[in-house]
Every structure is written in C-alpha cells, then in structure tokens.
Design a protein around this ligand. Structure first.
Ligand code: NAD
Ligand code: TYD
Length: 378
C-alpha cells in the first residue's frame, strides 16, 4: 500500500476529481497535491476537501527540479499520479513552447526527482509507482470512413442510449503506433516516451494510461462542453469548428477517476491501458444534445438556442476522429464506466447551471485570488 501519494495537476479538471476521490477514500494516506496554478488551476475545485487532515497543497512548477526534489524528500513520496499538463489543443497551436516546458521538461523533472529519491531509499523501487496520465490524441487521428455511423460492436454503460454508433471500423489500441499531430499531442507523446524510457533504462516502476475526451463538473470553460453551456446561458454564439463533423469519444470524468484509482492499485507495472467508454459523437450532434439539455433545464422552448450555432474557421490540423478500444482494461481489471452518456450530460449541465458562481469567478478572474486569500502566509 502506498502511503504518501503525490498527485500533480490536482487543481485542474481531472486532477481535482482524482484528489477528491483519494482524499476521501484513503484517509490513512497522505495526498500531496502539487500544482503551479496556471490559468487552468483553480483551488475552488477542492473547497470541500481542503481542510482534511490527509490533504496537503504545494504550489510549484513540475519543471522546477530542485523544488520537486525537496517535495519527494519532505513527504517521502512512494506513489505519483501525474496529471499536471498544458491541456488545450488551441493554446498549443498559439504557444507550443509552453507545452514543451510543462509536458516534456516538467514530466522529465518529475521522473528524475522520483528516480533520485527512490534510488536513495533502502528498498529502492520496491513498492513505488510513477503513474502517468496521457491522452488518446498521441495515436493521431482515425478516418471517418462511415460518416453516418455504423452500429458499434462494443457498447458499454457509458455509451449513449440514443445511439451506439461508431464512425469507422478502426479504434485506437494500446499497440497503435504513436502519430501525434498537434503541438499538444506531440508534447504528450514525448512525455509518454520519457516515462517508458525511465522504466526501460533505470527499472523505475511506471505505468501509462491513454484516455479519451472527458466531460463533467469543474472543466475549464475553454473546452467544448463547459464553453457551450456557458455561452447558451448568456445567449452568446457557439463557435463550431469547420463543419462540426469531427468525432470525439466522451467519458464522464468520475469514471476516469475511478479507472485511475483501480489502475494505480491493480495495474501491471510497465503496462499501458486505454480508457474510454465507446461513446462516439460527431461534434454537431453532441452540441445539439447539450443545447437540448440546457434549454430544457432553463425552461426555454425546445431548439431555442440552436440559432446560436455559428460555423467558424476550422482548427488547423483538426484531428477527424478519436475512438478508443478500452476492452483490455475491462478484461484485465474489470473496469466498467458507471454512467450512461445521457445521464452524464444531464448531471454535467445541471452542475454548471447550479454552480454559476464557480463559472463567474473564472470569467471575472476572481478565482485567481483564491490561493492568496486562503493559503498564502499559512
Ligand atoms: P487541466 O488543464 O484542467 O488541468 C491541468 C492542471 O495542471 C492545472 O491545475 C494546472 O494549474 C496544472 N499545471 C499546468 N502546468 C503546470 C506545471 N508546469 N506545474 C505544475 N502544475 C501545472 O487539464 P485536465 O483536462 O484536467 O487534464 C489532466 C491530464 O489528463 C493532462 O495530463 C491531460 O493531458 C490528460 N488528459 C485529459 C483529457 C481531457 O479530456 N481533459 C483526456 C485524456 C487525458
Ligand atoms: P476540445 O474540448 O478542445 O477537446 P480536444 O480538442 O482535445 O478534442 O474540443 C472537442 C471538439 O470540439 C474538437 O473536435 C474541437 C471542437 N470545438 C469546437 O468545434 N468549438 C470550440 O469552441 C471548441 C473549444 C472545440
């Protein structure tokens, strides 16, 4: 059992769900959340657990090797769940260097600090684990060979009740060759390679998982679903890139967090697992589901906000289709997503509408003061 767990990027979207799950589920473990608090880091995401005795927050850059070395020593870290990253494709197109700094140099610094500390322990790598959270985007893009969709052969609990469609017969497998296209996915691919290199070269116990698009509460409103929910609420245009025909495979974030917990404790060292829910949607169809749900919950007539759909210039190099085959994880570790897509979307839309303060603090910038107000000088 790992006792002192370092979770990086815990103030972000997925990280905050992982931190909450671990702090509540493992009261005997110390959970150290290390986050730089970039624009995407928001400690308001963790208000409900920040007073817990087994929770510690450290504000630091993962690329700051000296600080990371001190954190390993001070907290005697024996397990790492590494989520900190620059995560938005559009930003990576504008500023790729920032992605190389955090995703590549940051991951390398964490690996090096873990190596030095663990090799200095009498038991060395015994009982240690460096678990790296990655994305399906490293595999590149699949073709849209069936634009109308075919019946998916692998429906799961996370699949839509409306359709079980696949938009092609190919899926990303753990053995699929890396072929990243965006600066974001290139930087994540590089970091995945470094993680595996530390296993192959130094014998460090590592693990990598590659997950599909997540949705749910606490996602920064630059990403499709929270951005569109907020814009619908304010009657603002919904910018659909290109023709809206790109396909993404959506998974509820708490199901991802449960998979991370399972893999951290039961996954095979040096292995890779894909995580996804066999839940493919064309962007435009997904957007219509979001519009329908928001309109219903706001009491608007059906279809009211469809007038906000605005087709805009496509994202450069926009990957056409992501679709992940996660049967290995189901088969070997028995993971199953718990929420059906329509339930997940309903829960997500309700959460954003019920937490307008959270959204307003982001759009006003007030969330950036939370650390100084609550932590500085402690
Ligand atoms: P996010 O952008 O919401 O959060 C990232 C967090 O990392 C933020 O809290 C930010 O402050 C922190 N951070 C950024 N740079 C840092 C640095 N240099 N040092 C320390 N902290 C830093 O991202 P997310 O959507 O929660 O994604 C988390 C991880 O999961 C990422 O590694 C991402 O590649 C991966 N992932 C995301 C998705 C998705 O759909 N969101 C899917 C698959 C994999
Ligand atoms: P996003 O949430 O940025 O995730 P990713 O690029 O990592 O898949 O985008 C999801 C899909 O939605 C992607 O195909 C791009 C598209 N999109 C839009 O059409 N409009 C938008 O304003 C955004 C943010 C994304």
């Amino acid at each position: 059992m790992k006792r002192n767990i370092l979770i990086t990027g815990g103030a972000g979207f997925i990280g905050s769900h992982v931190v909450r799950l671990f702090v509540n589920k493992y009261p005997d473990c110390r959970i150290v959340n290390l986050d730089k608090l970039t624009y995407a880091g928001n400690l308001e995401n963790l208000k409900d657990i920040e007073g817990k005795a087994n929770y510690t927050f450290v504000k630091a850059d993962i690329a700051d090797l000296d600080t990371i070395r001190r954190v390993f020593q001070e907290y005697r870290i024996d397990g790492v769940i590494h989520l900190a990253a620059e995560s938005h494709v559009d930003r990576s197109i504008k500023d790729p260097f920032c992605f190389a700094h955090t995703n590549v140099m940051g991951t390398l610094s964490l690996l090096q600090a873990a190596k030095e500390y663990w090799e200095s322990c009498p038991e060395r790598y015994e009982g240690k684990l460096f678990y790296h959270i990655s994305t399906d985007e490293v595999y590149g893009a699949l073709e849209l060979t069936d634009p109308e969709g075919i019946e998916s052969p692998f429906a799961t609990a996370a699949s839509s009740s409306e359709h079980h469609l696949a938009f092609g017969s190919e899926f990303f497998l753990e053995t699929t060759k890396y072929n990243p296209h965006s600066p974001y996915s290139a930087s994540k691919a590089a970091s995945d390679h470094f993680v595996r290199a530390y296993h192959d070269t130094y014998g460090m116990p590592t693990l990598v998982t590659n997950c599909s698009n997540n949705y749910g509460p606490y996602q920064f409103p630059e990403k499709l679903i929270p951005l569109f929910i907020n814009n619908i609420r304010h009657g603002k245009p919904l910018p659909v890139y290109g023709k809206g025909e790109n396909v993404r495979d959506w998974l509820f974030v708490e199901d991802h967090a449960r998979a991370i917990d399972l893999i951290f404790h039961k996954g095979k060292v040096a292995d890779t697992y894909n995580i996804g829910g066999f839940n493919e949607w064309k962007n435009i169809d997904l957007i219509k589901v979001v519009i329908r749900t928001v309109d219903r919950l706001l009491g608007n007539p059906e279809g009211h906000s469809e007038r906000l759909i605005t087709y805009v210039t496509d994202r450069p190099g926009h990957d056409m289709r992501y679709a992940i085959d996660s049967r290995k994880l189901q088969r070997e570790l028995g993971w199953e997503p718990s929420l059906q897509f329509e339930e997940g979307i309903e829960k997500t839309v309700r959460w954003y509408l019920d937490h307008q303060d959270w959204m307003d603090h982001i759009t006003s910038g007030a969330y950036e003061n939370y650390y100084n107000d609550m932590y500085a000088g402690r």
